[in-house]
Design a protein around this ligand. Structure first.
Ligand SMILES: [Zn+2]
Length: 709
């Protein structure tokens, strides 16, 4: 036994050395120099990122805009999806006219879920990332749901059809059946909407209509274009079961209100005897709401651990895909419920608690689903796999500080300011705090300019988001703009700068906060600019003396104090238009640099923000489908070579008919107007972000404090 333990320790030591070898020299130097305070780097910078990115109403606006785009896409996708659903339903065996519906399933909406909707993704505009986009295609049919659980008694034919979710031996997995009527001749309730058939339908749909590599994964079909800089899109079939909630009963006021119900997605528990027809409960909607409520430190910790998992994978050190993002998310939701035990600050503490929780639960062989603890979300792991994950968790724990610091680098944080001085010179905690404050302040100035209201990048942003949101959800448009703005970023970054620096290093006897109303405290930004060193000013201004001379000469509007006083400096640095004007006239070469930044940002945004298709574009695509006789059949034959001849003919015929219907009269116009004119909020999310009466968002970050001039 001790031999095995020795071998495991030796392996981890070797893996650790290999992992450390992949770290950048900057990270290794900084860890060395900062000693026990090194954790402050990630605790400050990664939380700042989370404050910037996880703006509740802004996040909601983002996925709403995506869903409006999906609804416009739906216009060209739906005819084929309908045809596949109808042909599939007609082909289903064992029909009974008493208990089964006559109409096929119908697509209701496309909804975003998963990491990109929850704000746990690693995507950076223009750079991409590894996260995928999850889209849940919700279907419905002419049936009602019987109470889940024990088999319902026979019903009268006029109450049919009813769908019954029969539990399997594995919690969270069910099979679907049509409730028997008292006229039915068959003994057993018939299988309903078997999961393998709807998965097949989704796969066929993607193979015919989508370009790229198409891979079924669990309940989803993943579509990844070769030029995608992300994990592609997961398309997931789902059914909504309203009012059904497994357990436990949550207290009133929990955001994951149980009345909304759950979704069922078509995937079975491996090895189960009904695996091919099983559905799994999906709590995506509740998870989306709950994850967005996590405190910034914990949410940033989940994102960091996901990034670290990718680092381990890239460096070939450990575990590959065994440690699922879903485990980390589950851990975070549980850890967030734990009572306060001492100070809970920052990402490092959050990551430690997630690692501890995961190790403990894997050791106990039970990772309880947050909303339904009877489900073990790691049930499919073997003992060997569990041990492998635990080994990786320990490896991460041992090297957590440098790994988290590497996350900062990957999130585009420059560590240069922190590394000033001789490479072996130790940094005290106070010095590190001051340098972090400067790093944040420098970033705040740069982001203020880069994303100023008149920056050229906004052109593509407006052309994408106005048509998406102006009519569908106008109250969200301004929140999205706010979340993306330089102003919002500045506020978040300055707030973090305030919180990392010891007030004694700023104060100089001046009042720094002033109460405004009941809930808002205004922090004066002026003292913060005392942190800036000469090198910072050279970095930001090129030639500080030339800029100051210009300011004294021109006395530009917006500048109320001398440019070399803290007040004047704050005004100059945090008013982007004023700063650019000063640079343009006093230090023209700085403007060349800014023009380059503008160009790069504009390009990155243009690649990211594309306007939704217009009505005319949709019409042309649909008409093109009908122009050549036999085109639809040809596509089906090429893309689905295994489909038999009669099915091809039937599917193409229905597809054609659905296209013709959509193009007749003003139906397409009406459908297009509906897609861009009203966002249905199918998941009832808006209530959590916008007050009933007007545009007051319930943004905690926005309400708590503002840093102002
Ligand atoms: Zn029947």
């Amino acid at each position: 036994m001790s031999n095995i333990i020795d071998a495991i320790s030796a392996l981890r030591l070797k893996q650790g050395r290999r992992l450390v070898g992949t770290l950048s020299p900057a990270v290794r130097q900084l860890v060395e120099r900062c000693g026990s305070a090194a954790h402050l780097v990630a605790d400050t910078l990664l939380v700042a990122d989370d404050l910037v990115d996880n703006h509740g109403p802004g996040q909601q606006a983002y996925i709403t805009a995506c869903e409006v785009g999906d609804a416009v896409g739906d216009l060209v996708y739906r005819p084929l999806l309908s045809a596949l659903a109808e042909v599939g339903a007609a082909a289903a065996a064992a029909r009974c006219r008493h208990c089964q519906p006559r109409q096929p399933l119908r697509l209701v909406t496309w909804n975003r879920s998963g990491s990109s909707a929850e704000g746990l993704h690693d995507l950076i505009i223009g750079k991409g990332g590894t996260s995928d986009f999850d889209i849940m295609l919700e279907f419905d049919g002419p049936f009602r749901w019987a109470p889940p659980g024990a088999e319902p008694a026979d019903i009268e034919p006029r109450s049919a059809p009813q769908l019954w979710a029969r539990p399997t031996d594995n919690a969270g997995f069910v099979t679907l059946h049509w409730v028997r009527t008292d006229r039915c001749g068959h003994e057993e309730p018939l299988e309903a909407l078997p999961a393998d058939s709807v998965r097949r339908m989704m796969l066929d749909f993607c193979r015919v209509r989508m370009d790229g590599e198409i891979t079924p994964t669990g309940p989803a079909v993943n579509v990844n274009k070769s030029d995608d800089k992300d994990g592609g899109i997961d398309f997931v079939f789902c059914l909504l079961v309203r009012g059904w909630w497994p357990a436990p009963v949550w207290p009133d006021g929990a955001p994951w209100d149980t009345s909304f119900g759950v979704h069922l997605v078509p995937t079975g528990r491996p090895g189960s005897k009904t695996e091919s027809i099983e559905y799994r409960i999906s709590l995506s909607r509740a998870e989306l709401l709950a994850v967005r409520q996590l405190c910034p430190g914990l949410r940033a910790a989940v994102k960091a651990l996901k990034a670290i998992k990718n680092m381990l994978k890239e460096s070939g050190v450990a575990i590959g895909d065994l440690l699922k993002s879903y485990f980390m998310k589950t851990a975070a939701l549980w850890v967030a419920q734990e009572p306060h035990g001492g100070p809970r600050t920052g990402v490092t503490d959050g990551a430690h608690r997630l690692l501890d929780w995961l190790e403990r639960r894997l050791d106990e062989e039970w990772l309880p689903c947050f909303f339904y603890p009877a489900i073990n979300v790691a049930a499919e792991l073997t003992a060997v796999q569990r041990q492998a994950i635990i080994g990786s968790l320990r490896l991460v724990r041992e090297h957590l500080t440098p790994l988290l610091m590497t996350c900062c680098e990957k999130r585009q944080w420059s560590l240069n300011t922190l590394l000033e001085g001789r490479p072996t010179e130790p940094l005290s905690e106070r010095q590190l705090r001051l340098r972090l404050g400067r790093t944040l302040l420098r970033r705040a100035v740069l982001e203020g300019i880069r994303l100023r209201p008149t920056a050229p990048c906004w052109e593509s942003w407006w052309s994408a988001n106005i048509p998406s949101l102006a009519r569908a959800a106008p109250r969200l448009l301004q929140w999205l703009h706010h979340m993306m703005s330089g102003t919002h970023r500045q506020q978040c970054l300055l707030l973090m700068a305030w919180s990392v620096v010891d007030p004694a290093d700023l104060a100089d006897g001046e009042p720094m906060t002033s109460p405004v109303g009941d809930v808002t405290v205004t922090l004066d930004v002026t003292p913060l600019t005392r942190l800036l060193t000469d090198s910072d000013l050279v970095f930001l201004l090129g030639e500080p003396a030339a800029v100051a001379a210009w300011c004294r000469r021109e006395r530009p509007a917006g500048l109320t104090a001398e440019p070399d006083t803290p007040r004047g400096r704050a005004e100059l640095l945090l008013r982007p238009e004023l700063l650019l004007r000063a640079l343009g006239e006093a230090v023209p070469r700085e403007m060349d640099w800014w023009r380059e930044v503008d160009r790069e940002t504009k390009e990155a945004w243009e690649g990211n923000y594309r306007p939704p298709r217009t009505y005319q574009q949709r019409r042309e695509v649909l008409e093109r489908h009908l122009r050549l006789p036999g085109l639809l059949q040809f596509w089906l034959r090429v893309k689905l070579p295994e489909m038999d001849g009669p099915t091809v003919v039937a599917t193409a015929g229905l597809w054609r008919r659905r296209l013709q219907q959509l193009l007749s009269g003003d139906r397409l116009r009406a459908a297009y107007d509906a897609a861009v004119g009203r966002w249905p909020d199918r998941w009832q999310l808006l209530q959590h972000y916008l007050a009933e009466d007007d545009t007051q968002g319930k943004s905690a970050a926005g309400a708590a404090a503002r840093v102002s001039l």
